[in-house]
Design a protein around this ligand. Structure first.
Ligand code: SAM
Ligand code: SF4
Ligand code: SF4
Length: 339
């Protein structure tokens, strides 16, 4: 049975973060020297995540995306994929990963019922990749993408566009994506929690992204049928498709049907929200599935979040939270909330 929030937006899509930890340190997400991690005993077990998935599915969620931090760091993730893939009502099970650990896991994830995968890849230059991620190796991510292709997993590439860093590579990325059979989605650099170095001057807006791609690959035709999807999709003259997610300059809060659960069971209604609802406490207090459903139903019905739209109205826009606020409350971090 579906539910809607105060703006009539249904709850259809859930992002579940399975860990707040990461093996990379992308400059737009985790630029600090050290982090305060969620205590391990607080992390939801796979059984708890499975129970929550069932409750959310009963309320109308059909899409689940596993994310993090880096989800492939979570030991035994394949068995969680199998649990969620079996959940009645979930018709779309996806994973977002940096790909570094994917080459050895892609086939098993696919066999366990993962429906599709998005790999984050911001540059095709090995030195720049290392500079951006601080600990990463481009070849590992490329090997992960190759393995996903061999396993037959439908694949997308996510690219955060940063002025002066990778904006000269957008055409090359689309072409490389085409070789992998993957649509590339260019994401505007967002001022989310964790992006403590964010500046509007580093953001390439949707129009600039489009112009860069078109300058290399020709006129892009907009594709209809976006629905509640974050990405606007385009088709190039040779039929190659790509997407642009204009979350910073042209947000799509009006159709947002997405919520997020952190690895320790905090349920956030918006990527920009500063307060979540503690579902772990409810689960560990022994609340029944019906009681959890009532809690979630009531929470969603009160939802008024339009975080990215509100950020548009901030005059001197800078980072959402300073580093010390993030240290005091790690739930505010993108890598904790789940991107
Ligand atoms: N570690 C995995 C990965 O990188 O794909 C999953 C988690 S990551 C937080 C999810 C997505 O958020 C990635 O595609 C990443 O590029 C994106 N992201 C992180 N910080 C961002 C920012 N400041 N602006 C835009 N996208 C961001
Ligand atoms: Fe990069 Fe994803 Fe890790 Fe953030 S969580 S540092 S985007 S790999
Ligand atoms: Fe949804 Fe919040 Fe993102 Fe707007 S800012 S699209 S409400 S998650």
């Amino acid at each position: 049975m579906g539910i809607v929030d105060r703006y009539d937006r249904p709850l259809r899509s859930l992002r579940i973060s399975v860990t707040d930890r990461c093996n990379l340190r992308c400059g737009y997400c985790m630029p600090e020297g050290s982090y305060r991690w969620l205590p391990r005993p607080d992390l939801l077990t796979f059984e708890e995540i499975g129970a929550l998935a069932e409750v959310f599915a009963g309320l109308g969620v059909t899409k689940i995306r596993l994310t993090g931090g880096e989800p492939l760091l979570r030991v035994g993730l394949v068995s969680l994929v199998a649990i969620i893939a079996r959940t009645a009502g979930i018709t779309d099970l996806a994973l977002t990963t940096n790909g570094a650990l994917l080459s050895s896991q892609a086939a098993a994830l696919c066999a366990a019922g993962l429906g599709r995968i998005a790999v984050s890849l911001d540059t095709l230059d090995a030195a720049k990749f290392r500079e951006l991620t601080r600990t990463g190796d481009l070849h590992e991510t490329v090997a992960g993408i190759d393995a996903a292709c061999s396993a037959g997993l439908p694949l997308k590439i996510n690219t955060v566009v940063i002025r002066g860093f990778n904006d000269g590579e957008l055409g090359d990325l689309v072409e490389r994506g085409r070789e992998w059979g993957a649509e590339v989605r260019f994401i505007e650099f967002m001022d989310v929690g964790g992006a403590t170095q964010w500046s509007m001057s580093d953001v390439l807006a949707r129009e600039e992204i489009l112009a860069k791609v078109e300058a290399c690959l020709g006129k892009a035709r907009p594709l209809p049928g976006r629905g509640a999807a974050p990405a606007e999709r385009f088709e190039l003259p040779d039929g190659t498709r790509f997407g642009v997610i204009a979350s910073t300059t042209a947000p799509f809060c009006g159709t947002c049907d997405r919520a997020r659960v952190t690895a320790d069971g905090h349920w956030f209604h918006c990527l920009y929200a500063s307060q979540g609802i503690d579902l772990r406490a409810a689960l560990r207090d022994g609340r029944s599935a019906d009681e959890l459903a009532a809690m979630i139903r009531s929470g969603w019905r009160q939802r008024t979040d339009r975080g990215a739209e509100e950020r548009l109205r901030v005059a001197a826009r800078g980072p959402l939270f300073p580093a010390d606020a993030l240290r005091d409350n790690p739930h505010l971090e993108m890598h904790t909330k789940g991107g």
